[in-house]
Design a protein. Structure first.
Length: 527
């Protein structure tokens, strides 16, 4: 007898008449509270919008140029892409078996075994939600900075007396963006689904437009040799080792290819989630890999002077890719207005990315609260009349704004948010995979999508990759090490780990027993 066949109807007919994702959810012990109205396209769109090639590559293009330049960006992209796909495949396999909102911490509980389930679930969930909050903070703050650059260039540029917003204005932009994202995510899921699909289309459209347009209007294009073989070892960070420089350059690629767990978090709102959740997850990563490489390739053909692009004395104030766009049109047409329009295209994509990030954040918070893992869980678990966890939406918005306030004290400390997002999220991705390839080898029941005999091999490769990048992004990025140049990522991630473990030891272990089931409140029960 299959797993799904053990779900029987008590008052509403046979479970076989239900959507397969709904039936599987009931079997796992949860009643359907969220509106199951997302198609596989909508699920893909949300995840694809969170990955957002235009967001990741654009906002961290400086990092790519500074640490290795074209070689680091081109070949580093393929390295990060290959291993990210292995992580995505392993997650998709587990998602197919356990299609629940907030999936990752639930996966850990089911795969770690009864003895370790509560703690495994606890640590995975907190790393996942904190990584998500840090990711939203980073995305929306990046949009605020991009708006500042657009205003600067629109008013004459740095060398033309343009207006350069203060850090307080930037944080105000950030707050306004989060407010809009909170309002949008309080709307019915059908509206969010439409906007997510629009965001996916915009990202695809934007990549194709910019990768073709920028090289075509550039009067001084880089050579093929430069784009594929030039390694930038000159930086102001005191690092001379080429292998080390190359590895640091991977941050741009790995940061971009992050956030695809959104497909898992939206499974309780996705039709046929045991099949369509994995499809959305894998396709969002795969298409992002292809488009991302095209975007990097096209923009890099417009790069001729890396030192100037990274200089804070250029018109964009050191925002490399903005200067690339601005110069391309200025040299061709005598003004950089076309470049500003290109930045607006990117800005809209970043806005959609932040919007989808809040959607994912809120579903994770909703699910974690449903199982009683968060303070005031009953508040964050509530859904409104439109079946939207609106309180969880505003919690996510508020926490992301508070995280951004660190930028007022130290922009260096705030930049650790990028690394926190990458490290914490990938740790949350790796933990259930680790339990799947160790403790759950014998009792893991695969869903419709599975890797068969390759599941263990792919899973181990995914776990090892996460360990490598977690160490890599905790290493110093500048020598000699000083307060202004210190990499705060290991301190921040270590602090998160210490707080989460301390919370568990002091109080969490006494009341959190892992995911709770509420199937007794539904019209179905388990045999």
């Amino acid at each position: 007898m299959t797993l799904s066949s053990r779900v029987v109807a008590i008052t509403e007919g046979d479970a076989s008449s239900l959507d397969s994702g709904h039936a599987r959810l009931l079997e796992l012990g949860y009643k359907q509270e969220l509106k199951r109205g997302l198609s596989v396209i909508s699920n893909f769109s949300l995840s694809f919008s969170v990955i957002s090639v235009l967001t990741g590559v654009t906002t961290l293009y400086n990092t790519g140029l500074n640490y290795g330049g074209p070689v680091s960006m081109q070949y580093g992209w393929f390295i990060a892409s290959a291993f990210t796909m292995l992580v995505a495949l392993s997650m998709a396999e587990i998602c197919s078996s356990y299609p629940t909102t907030g999936g990752l911490y639930y996966w850990s509980a089911k795969l770690a075994g009864p003895r370790w389930a509560p703690f495994a679930s606890w640590i995975t969930g907190w790393f996942n939600i904190i990584g998500q909050w840090a990711g939203t903070t980073s995305v929306d703050f990046s949009l605020a900075q991009l708006i500042q650059v657009i205003i600067l260039l629109s008013t004459g540029g740095k060398n033309g007396g343009g207006y350069q917003a203060s850090k307080y204005v930037v944080i105000a932009f950030h707050g306004g963006i989060l407010l809009l994202h909170g309002m949008i995510n309080s709307l019915p899921v059908s509206v969010i689904s439409f906007l997510a699909q629009l965001g996916a289309i915009w990202n695809i459209f934007g990549v194709f437009v910019l990768m073709i347009l920028i090289p075509s209007v550039t009067t001084e294009r880089a050579s093929v040799s430069f784009v594929f073989t030039h390694f930038n070892a000159e930086n102001d960070n005191g690092i001379n080792s080429k292998p080390y420089i190359f590895l640091l350059g991977l941050l741009m690629s790995q940061y971009t290819l992050c956030g695809y767990d959104s497909s898992a978090h939206m499974t309780e709102e996705t039709k046929g989630a045991d099949r369509n959740g994995p499809k959305g997850l894998i396709s969002s990563v795969g298409i992002s890999i292809i488009l991302g490489w095209g975007y990097i390739l096209g923009i890099t053909f417009a790069v001729t002077d890396i030192h100037y692009l990274l200089s804070e004395d250029n018109d964009a104030g050191g925002y490399a890719i903005a200067e690339v766009f601005y110069l391309a049109f200025k040299k061709r047409y005598g003004n950089g207005n076309g470049g500003i329009v290109c930045l607006v295209i990117v800005g809209v994509a970043v806005f959609f990315c932040g919007m989808s990030s809040v959607t994912s954040n809120s579903r994770m918070a909703y699910a974690f609260a449903r199982d009683g893992a968060m303070p005031f869980s009953s508040l964050w678990h509530k859904v409104n009349n439109q079946e939207v966890p609106v309180n969880a939406v505003w919690l996510s918005v508020s926490v992301s704004f508070c995280m951004a306030l660190t930028s007022l004290g130290s922009i260096v400390a705030f930049e650790a948010m990028v690394s926190i997002a990458v490290i914490a999220l990938n740790i949350a991705y790796a933990l259930p995979i680790f339990f799947r390839v160790t403790m759950a080898q014998k009792h893991f029941a695969p869903g419709p999508f599975n890797l068969g005999r390759y599941g263990i091999i792919v899973g181990w490769a995914a776990v090892i990759w996460v360990v490598i990048i977690s160490v890599l992004f905790s290493l110093p990025v500048s020598y000699p090490i000083a307060i202004q140049t210190f990499n705060y990522a290991p301190v921040a991630v270590g602090s998160v780990l210490a707080l989460v473990v301390a919370f568990w030891i002091l109080t969490g272990h006494s009341w959190f027993k892992g995911p709770l089931t509420d199937v007794k409140n539904s019209t179905f029960s388990l045999l």
